[in-house]
Design a protein around this ligand. Structure first.
Ligand code: AKG
Ligand code: FE2
Length: 358
């Protein structure tokens, strides 16, 4: 059960990349220096810590929901599996996804709950969920989703302004009422078995599909998230810091901004050193664009984005896909059941530019 264990500290002798710390309270007050810091983080690495976000209580309850769900018999969980057609909502068993083009299997299991199902509860928008999810939909999941959305929309508004977009432009492509791939996820990774390499991918290298993800780790004690810093070839851990969520931008924001904002490659490995003996739990809220939104730069609405697009190779950020199709494609082709060869992995890729990813 998460929370009851006294974990060993995150080790000091593993490669670790410091992230900028953004204070959400200051962002809400539109503090200029804090916005400058957010902008630097969003354009250079696309990852930052967020403190004073105010979702700790809701996050703890979400971890309880996740633990209750993972304790269900596998057979019961499998009734709510994502399926092979590119739907993300529902349960994903360990080993259902590839982690690279050789078809190595992932070790994480997770439960994804659509923001639309949580907000519409007890009505259904996308699908049914296990009893443990239903039981907490009203009092745990909905409040967590609402608070996460508030934080994410605030960050989007601030980034939109800096991108030179008219007020509400980013909100328009993330309309609360429009069905979307926005979802919350609780992830469990088992302790690292003896003999498993420390760098075995539990969740393969990827860029996030949507716009913004708010990550939060159990008690912020166990590491395992790694980033590939631009210009380097080595994976580096992101150190968990108590009370600090980790935010990162997804592909949609890179595309909307004509490449100004960064969606960085990351992955999950077992927690390092002694921490590897423990289960790792993580919690994410993903904000994604409305299903009907075509993923392309918002250049007509911002001279800053128009200038970035003019400097990029022609058509680079014209995906020709709606957010719904982009998202379904990426989910579908990482499923091991859909794998025909390395081309399947490549078909699941996004804006990442690692040569090995293509
Ligand atoms: O568990 C984590 O730290 C990150 C998970 C992640 O990157 C994802 O689910 O997209
Ligand atoms: Fe991710």
């Amino acid at each position: 059960m998460p929370g009851l264990l006294n974990f060993p500290p995150f080790p000091d002798d593993v490669p670790t990349h410091p992230l900028l710390v953004v204070d959400y309270e200051l962002i809400k007050k539109r503090d200029q220096a804090e916005i400058d810091k957010l902008w630097k983080a969003a354009t250079e690495l696309g990852f930052w810590y967020l403190k004073n976000h105010g979702v700790d209580q809701e996050a703890d309850e979400m971890f309880e929901m996740g633990a209750e769900t993972m304790r269900l018999p596998l057979e019961e969980k499998m009734k709510y599996e994502q399926g092979d057609e590119g739907m993300s909502f529902g349960y994903k068993a360990a080993g259902a996804n590839a982690t690279d083009e050789t078809g190595a299997l992932d070790t994480v299991e997770f439960i994804n709950v659509a923001k639309d199902d949580a907000l519409a509860w007890p009505n259904k928008v996308h699908r049914d969920y296990p009893s443990t999810v239903n039981a907490r939909m009203e009092n745990t999941i909905k409040p967590f989703v609402q608070k996460s959305l508030e934080v994410n929309y605030t960050l989007l508004e601030v980034l939109g302004e800096r991108l030179g977009l008219p007020k509400g432009a980013l909100e328009q492509v993330h309309l609360l009422e429009e069905p979307s791939g926005s979802e919350t996820r609780v992830i469990k990774n088992p302790p690292r078995p003896d003999g498993m390499p420390e760098d075995k991918a539990a969740l393969g290298a990827h860029t996030d599909f949507g716009s913004l993800a708010l990550k939060s780790f159990l008690h912020n004690r166990l590491g395992g998230l790694q980033v590939m810093v631009p210009g380097t070839e080595e994976w580096q851990y992101v150190r968990p810091i108590p009370g600090h969520a980790i935010c990162n931008l997804g592909d949609a924001m890179t595309i909307f901004s004509g490449g100004i904002l960064r969606s960085n490659l990351h992955r999950v490995v077992p927690p390092p050193k002694e921490q590897g003996k423990y289960e790792r739990w993580s919690l994410v809220f993903f904000t994604r664009p409305g299903y009907s939104v075509v993923l392309r730069p918002l250049a007509e609405q911002s001279p800053i984005i128009a200038e970035a697009v003019a400097k990029a190779p022609p058509g680079k950020y014209e995906t020709g896909q709606t957010s719904k199709d982009w998202f379904a494609r990426r989910i579908k082709y990482q499923r091991i059941n859909n794998r025909t060869g390395p081309e399947s992995w490549r078909a699941s890729r996004g804006t990442e530019h690692k040569p090995s990813a293509y």
